[in-house]
Design a protein around this ligand. Structure first.
Ligand code: 5AD
Length: 343
């Protein structure tokens, strides 16, 4: 038996791998073996259903200045927008009509809309009988509590990287410990918590990626979003190369092996870097797809990175297409809210 095979066998049996073992599997020659193992764990852990989420990117206003991100505060070439409450609710209503059981509301990090206004929107969306995932950045405990009470069920906040030096270099004004505290607060409040990381950042080591995977396991995430870094032309990292596709798939696959029963999306960034990226991800551990359902005509302005897949898709057509794709790979569209079911 090769070392790859024996480590994968250990992963399949125990859902436990050390940092060194993860580094080996992140870099070994036989990536396909890692993907196959992750696919087997996915089948056992969460079955063949693929849960579809309706994504509403409702504002690109952001106070942060992350070097990699297209909607960073310091990018003057972005037309800033925030959908009105009516537009957000209408987008959610459309998602519900198309059959989505979950609406994901994502935005840049800012005070817009105000807490009470956003709570009002959450109550109206909740009345549609959908699960709500929020992804609006670092907030206070009280603010997170207000959103939970107004109807939010889940929260996505990527840690981005567990390499604290790299984290600080990517946005000197942000604080890693504070972000970690937010994840703890969300857990305390009873949210289903999602986190994850970027893969292929400049100066990011494979060892740190192995530690990112172990971090997700240690904090007990319910969802993990992992995607390749894609350089944006209006950011300081514009001259970097997008090298993270294969490594992000492996990172995702190994996360699946260590966390058999969580929800893992095939990320839009993967689909953006490779024409078949989404399907490849769904066959390497992923069980969730997030599709844009936002109305209001601002999708192109939510460019975290260039050439984002699906920006011009009509929601109803995109939904039909993904349903067909899911059937073509022998899987099923998930029913209900698609919450994490702990094994
Ligand atoms: N390439 C890929 N992903 C990015 N994100 C932000 N900028 C980029 C980029 N240039 C990711 C971050 C964030 C998520 C919403 O989008 O990981 O958490």
């Amino acid at each position: 038996m090769t070392q790859t095979e024996s480590l994968l066998e250990k992963g399949l049996k125990t859902a436990d791998l050390t940092e060194d073992e993860l580094v080996f599997l992140l870099t070994c020659a036989d990536g396909e073996a890692v993907f196959r193992a992750a696919d087997a764990v996915r089948k056992r852990g969460v079955g063949d259903e693929i849960h579809l989420r309706g994504l509403i990117e409702f504002s690109n206003i952001c106070q942060n200045n992350c070097l990699y991100c297209g909607i960073r505060r310091g990018n003057p070439n972005v037309e800033r927008f925030c959908l009105s409450p009516e537009e957000i609710v209408e987008s959610a209503r459309n998602a519900k009509a198309l059959g989505y059981g979950t609406v994901v509301m994502q935005s840049g990090e800012s005070g817009v809309p105000a807490v009470d206004d956003l709570c009002g929107v959450l109550r109206r969306v909740k009345a549609l009988d959908v699960a709500i995932t929020l992804s609006i950045g670092e907030k206070s405990f009280e603010e997170y509590r207000a959103y939970k009470r107004a109807g939010a069920d889940r929260y996505l906040l990527r840690i981005e990287t567990t390499d604290k030096a790299l984290y600080a270099a990517l946005d000197p004004q942000m604080n890693w410990e504070r972000r970690k505290q937010c994840l703890d607060d969300l857990k305390t409040l009873g949210y289903e918590v999602g986190s994850g990381c970027l893969v292929g950042l400049p100066n990011q080591s494979v060892e740190s990626i192995a530690r990112d995977i172990l971090f997700l396991k240690r904090i007990g995430v319910d969802m993990a979003g992992i995607g390749p870094f894609i350089p944006h032309p209006d950011t300081p990292l514009k001259d970097c190369k997008a090298t993270g596709f294969e490594l992000s798939l492996r990172t995702m696959a190994l996360t699946r092996i260590l966390l058999p029963d969580i929800n893992i999306p095939a990320t839009t960034a993967m689909e953006t870097l490779s024409p078949n990226g989404r399907v490849k991800a769904l066959q390497s551990g992923a069980n969730v797809v997030m599709l844009n359902v936002a109305q209001g005509g601002h999708r192109a302005a939510y460019a975290l990175y260039p050439n984002k897949a699906g920006v011009n898709d009509v929601a109803a057509i995109a939904r039909k297409n993904i349903e067909r794709t899911i059937e073509s790979i022998g899987r099923k569209v998930g029913a209900g809210y698609g919450s994490r079911k702990k094994a």
